[in-house]
Design a protein around this ligand. Structure first.
Ligand SMILES: *Cc1c(COP(=O)(O)O)cnc(C)c1O
Length: 369
């Protein structure tokens, strides 16, 4: 008997038998982040000439890679991250998944990897979430984190783009990022290490960017900080990002509250949370601007009271307030180290949209089941 096919005919469906409710419940009680995975995964192979082959939904399991597989040597590896949220009506939706699919292809272009058609990316997510929907937590702040990635699998040591790739999608239940309530972080401005330079891979979500960031993160920890803040590679003074998140500053100018985020220069990762907050802020009556902000601006605008808050944003934590900034020039405290009202309001608004607590007026939510 031929294996069951997805409605589109592009995926074979060979799901694993579900684990027991007890086993799942034990893992979902305190899922943390990225520690447990659902029963299944989706894999789509690619070969030069043939293009993307038939995908498969199959049990979560190790991926065989030849020791000469090019991802292991030359690092052609990209990934994405988005979430599936339980809705009050019992349905499950994801947030702007086409934006992730498009950014995945922008990353693929930069690493000389093939593009995956957006509809295949979305269908893979629909199949996996529908199959493993029991893993989508029901509380606001919790979600099923989706991790699509693509790796180069050709067994050859010549330095060139691989002629074979694997797209893989796995899913992991994610607990509330701040289970004890939102806690501002302390950041270290790194003047020793650079995340991204013009012409490099800063705008791409590639594995190597993260590998290169770990030593700076380690240094931040040694300075008593939670996260590293990156500055630009050329002038060594413009703020770019915080760890793996985009960064915002809250200003009060002529009585108006404005949220300001560094301009996308090609070295910053164009975050979907960043883009969404720029829109949400305007609807809440705030100004929203993209500008260059230097370390000096950060220090003086804070001291002179024009800057009232700073926060980072990304899919994993939504919004993380910044309470203390440390650098070789000293330590500055923002809002006495507490969460500010603007970041709190933005956080609540975006979470409410994602969890269906307020209507989705932007067409951002994508219904899965
Ligand atoms: C993924 C990522 C972000 C945040 O992007 P979102 O789409 O908002 O999750 C920001 N900076 C870096 C370096 C990233 O890798």
């Amino acid at each position: 008997m031929p294996p069951p096919l997805s409605a589109s005919g592009r995926f074979d469906l060979h799901p694993a038998p579900p684990v027991s409710d007890e086993t799942r419940a034990a893992k979902m009680k305190n899922p943390g982040f990225g520690r447990f995975f659902t029963e299944n995964m989706v894999v789509i192979p690619y070969k030069d000439g043939a293009g993307w082959g038939r995908g498969i939904l199959k049990p979560y399991s190790p991926i065989p890679i030849d020791p000469a597989g090019s991802v292991l040597h030359y690092g052609q590896a990209i990934f994405e991250g988005f979430k599936a949220y339980y809705q009050p009506d019992g349905s499950i939706k994801t947030f702007r998944p086409e934006a992730n699919a498009n950014r995945f292809n922008a990353s693929a272009d930069r690493l000389a990897m093939p593009n995956l058609p957006v509809e295949l990316f979305i269908e893979a997510a629909e199949l996996l979430i529908a199959q493993d929907r029991a893993w989508v937590p029901t509380s606001v702040g919790e979600s099923l984190y989706m991790r699509p990635f693509m790796i180069a699998t050709e067994a050859a040591l010549g330095v060139k783009p691989s002629n074979e790739y694997l797209f893989v999608l796995i899913a992991s239940p994610a607990g509330a990022y701040f289970p004890q309530g939102v806690k501002p972080v302390t950041v270290w401005i790194s003047e020793d290490y650079v995340r991204a330079a013009p012409g490099g891979t800063g705008f791409a979500k590639c594995a190597g960017n993260y590998a290169a960031s770990l030593v700076a993160q380690h240094q931040a920890k040694n300075e008593g900080c939670d996260q590293v803040v990156w500055i630009d590679a050329i002038h060594r003074k413009y703020i770019e990002e915080m760890g793996g998140m985009n960064i915002f500053f809250v200003y009060v100018e002529n009585g108006k509250t404005i949220i300001v985020t560094p301009t996308l220069t090609g070295t910053l990762l164009p975050g979907i949370t960043r883009l969404s907050l720029l829109e949400v802020a305007k609807e809440l009556g705030f100004g929203a601007e993209e500008r260059k902000i230097s370390i000096d601006d950060w220090e003086t605008d804070l001291r002179e009271g024009r800057m009232t808050e700073a926060f980072a944003c990304g899919t994993a934590a939504v919004i993380t307030p910044i309470g203390t900034v440390k650098s070789t020039r000293g330590t500055w405290v923002i809002k006495d180290g507490n969460q500010g009202p603007v970041s709190a309001k933005l956080r609540e608004t975006l979470l409410n949209i994602q969890h269906g607590v307020v209507p989705d007026t932007h067409g951002w939510m994508h219904k899965i089941v």
